[in-house]
Write a protein that binds this ligand. Structure first.
Ligand code: BES
Ligand code: ZN
Ligand code: ZN
Length: 504
C-alpha cells in the first residue's frame, strides 16, 4: 500500500474516491460548503437529507470533474463532543471498508481540523492522526488468504490530505509511525490465523529468523536438545506428545547502550493446544491454533520497535510448543522440575501455558530486567470474566500495572486489574510437590493462572502478566470496524505504547 500525506485543496485531489468527513452537529454546514465548492453537485444529497453525519455512516455522491476524483464519499464522524481516538479509528475504518466494497484502487481521506479536535479532546495532533491511520490501516486485512475465491479488493493507495500546512510535520510522522505499527499488528494477526499444520514451533522460529533480519533485531533458537540440556523441563514435557518438537526463542534488540538493563517480553507460543491427555472438547478446538497469540504480540512488538528504532534494550522470550495427546505425552499426576528447580505436579495437561511460561519467566531473571511483561492466551475463564472487551492484568508492581493500564486506555487495547492475593496460594498447593498446575475447577480461573506464575517470579523483578485469552480472538459478530474475524493482533499496539516510556 502506497501512502501519502498532502497539503492540498479537496478540489485538486486525484484519487478514485475522495472521502470528506463531517461531524453530526456540523453536517448541514459541511454539505453546503462542499456543494458551493462543487457547484451544486450535492443538491440532491442535501434535498434527500440522506446524510446526517452519524458515526459509521457514509454516502457516495458523484462529481462532474475532469482529471480529478469523480466520486465523493461523505463520511460521518458522529458528534464532535464525543470525538475520542477510538471513534476516529472506527469511523475511518468504516469508510475504508466501504472503499473495499466499491473495489477501488485509491482513496484520499480528508483530515479534519486537528486544532479543533485538539481543543475539544486535549489529544495531540500526532495522537489524532495516529488514530485516523490506525482505523484505515487495520481495516485492510484479508482473513481469507486460503480461499481460492478471492473477493477482497485491498486499497492500494491512500492519501491523507488537509488544506492547512500547520501540522504537517507531526501529522506526517504519525502517518509513518502508524504504518510501521499497524503492519506489525497485521503480522501478528497473520501468525495467529495461520493453521497449526503450517505453523509448527519450528516454522514459527523460521518466521522469526526472517523477520529479525528484515526488521533489525536478532534471534537465537534453542532446539529440543538444548532445551533439555538447560533443564527447561516444563517446556520439554508439554512438547513431548507432539511430533513437532518445541523451540525456545530469544529475541534481542539493542537500541541503547548494552549495559542498560532490558525490558523482557514473554509470549505464550502454543502453536496448537488440544489439551493433551486432558483433551479438550471438539467444539471450538480449531481456535486453539491461535494459542500463540501472546507470542505473536511479542514478535509484532519487536518488528515495530526495531523499525521505529526505540532507544532501549528489549529481550523477547518465546516458548513455542504443540500440546498433543500421545503415548509419549506428559500426564496428570506427573511431577516435573522446572528450570529453576521448582517441582510441579501436573493436575491437568490442558493448563500447559503456565508451564511453558514458568520456565521462560525463570529464564528472564538471567537478564536482571527492568521489567518483565508476559502475554498469553492462558485461561478460558478470562472470556467468562470479561467477554471479549478486556484482557486480565495481574502483577507484583503497582507502577508497572498503572503504566499498562494507561497504555490500554489510549490504544483501546484495554486491560482490567485482577488481584494476586497470597490467600489464593493455598488453592494451588500440592500434596507431593512445590505447586500443582491447576486450582479447583470454577474458582478464580484467571487469577489461578497468575498465582501459578507468581511462584516463579516472586520478587525477582517488576512483573506484569496479561491474560489475553479474552481478546486475542473470538470477536465473531462484533468483529466490526478495524477488527476482523479470527485473530485481533491484540497486544502489539499496547506493547509499543508502553515501551515508548522506556525509550529515551
Ligand atoms: N489455551 C487455553 C486457554 C484458552 C481457552 C484460551 C479459550 C482462549 C480461549 C489454556 O491452555 C487452557 O486450556 N486453560 C485451561 C486451564 C484449566 C485446565 C486450569 C482452561 O482455561 O480451561
Ligand atoms: Zn490448554
Ligand atoms: Zn493453551
Amino acid at each position: 500500500m502506497k501512502i501519502k500525506y498532502e497539503v492540498k485543496k479537496i478540489k485538486d485531489i486525484k484519487a478514485d474516491v475522495v472521502a470528506s468527513v463531517a461531524f453530526e452537529d456540523q453536517a448541514g454546514q459541511k454539505l453546503h460548503w462542499l456543494n458551493t465548492l462543487f457547484k451544486g453537485h450535492l443538491d440532491t444529497l442535501i434535498e434527500t437529507d440522506d446524510f446526517k453525519g452519524k458515526s459509521n455512516t457514509s454516502v457516495i455522491t458523484y462529481l462532474h470533474m475532469d482529471n480529478r476524483s469523480k466520486r465523493l464519499l461523505v463520511v460521518g464522524l458522529g458528534n464532535s463532543k464525543d470525538c475520542t481516538l477510538e471513534t476516529r479509528r472506527k469511523n475511518y475504518a468504516a469508510a475504508a471498508k466501504k472503499v473495499n466494497t466499491m473495489k477501488l484502487n485509491s482513496v484520499a481521506f480528508e483530515v479534519p481540523d486537528l486544532a479543533l479536535i485538539r481543543s475539544v479532546t486535549g489529544y495531540s495532533h500526532y495522537e489524532i492522526m495516529q488514530a485516523i491511520c490506525e482505523g484505515v490501516f487495520l481495516s485492510q486485512y484479508n482473513p481469507k488468504k486460503y480461499s481460492s475465491k478471492n473477493e477482497y479488493t485491498p486499497i492500494n493507495e491512500v492519501i491523507f490530505f488537509t488544506d492547512s500546512p500547520k501540522y504537517t510535520r507531526e501529522a506526517g510522522d504519525a502517518v509513518k509511525d502508524s504504518k510501521v505499527v499497524c503492519d506489525a499488528v497485521l503480522v501478528a494477526r497473520d501468525l495467529e490465523n495461520e493453521p497449526s499444520n503450517l505453523l509448527t514451533p519450528d516454522k514459527f522460529a523460521e518466521y522469526v529468523k526472517k523477520s529479525s533480519i528484515k526488521a533489525g533485531y536478532s534471534v537465537t533458537v534453542f532446539d529440543e536438545k538444548k532445551i533439555a540440556q538447560l533443564n527447561m523441563n516444563l517446556i520439554l514435557s508439554v512438547g513431548k506428545g507432539s511430533v513437532n518438537p518445541p523451540r525456545f526463542l530469544i529475541l534481542q534488540y539493542f537500541g541503547a547502550n548494552k549495559s542498560e538493563k532490558p525490558v523482557v517480553l514473554v509470549g505464550k507460543g502454543v502453536t496448537f493446544d488440544s489439551g493433551g491427555i486432558s483433551i479438550k472438547p471438539a467444539q471450538g478446538m480449531d481456535q486453539m491454533k491461535m494459542d500463540m497469540g501472546g507470542a505473536a504480540a511479542v514478535v509484532g512488538a519487536f518488528e515495530a520497535i526495531a523499525r521505529l528504532k526505540f532507544k532501549m534494550n528489549l529481550i523477547g522470550l518465546i516458548p513455542a510448543v504443540e500440546n498433543m495427546p500421545d503415548a509419549g505425552s506428559y500426564k496428570p499426576g506427573d511431577v516435573i522440575k522446572s528450570y529453576s528447580g521448582t517441582s510441579v505436579e501436573i493436575d491437568n495437561t490442558d493448563a500447559e501455558g503456565r508451564l511453558v511460561l514458568a520456565d521462560a519467566l525463570d529464564y528472564a531473571a538471567n537478564y536482571k530486567p527492568k521489567a518483565v511483561i508476559d502475554a498469553c492466551t492462558l485461561t478460558g475463564a478470562a472470556v467468562i470474566c470479561f467477554g471479549h472487551l478486556l484482557a486480565g492484568l495481574m502483577g507484583n508492581d503497582k507502577e508497572l500495572t498503572k503504566k499498562i493500564f494507561a497504555a490500554g486506555e489510549k490504544t483501546y487495547e484495554r486491560v482490567w486489574i485482577l488481584p494476586l492475593y497470597d490467600e489464593y496460594d493455598k488453592l494451588m498447593k500440592s500434596e507431593i510437590a512445590d505447586i500443582k498446575n491447576a486450582g479447583p475447577a470454577r474458582q478464580a480461573g484467571t487469577i489461578m493462572g497468575g498465582i501459578f506464575l507468581k511462584k516463579f517470579v516472586q520478587d525477582k523483578y517488576p512483573w506484569a502478566h496479561l491474560d489475553i485469552a479474552s481478546v486475542a480472538f473470538g470477536l465473531g459478530e462484533s468483529a466490526e470496524d478495524y477488527h476482523t474475524t479470527g485473530a485481533t493482533g491484540y497486544g502489539v499496539r499496547l506493547f509499543v505504547e508502553l515501551l515508548k516510556q522506556y525509550s529515551h
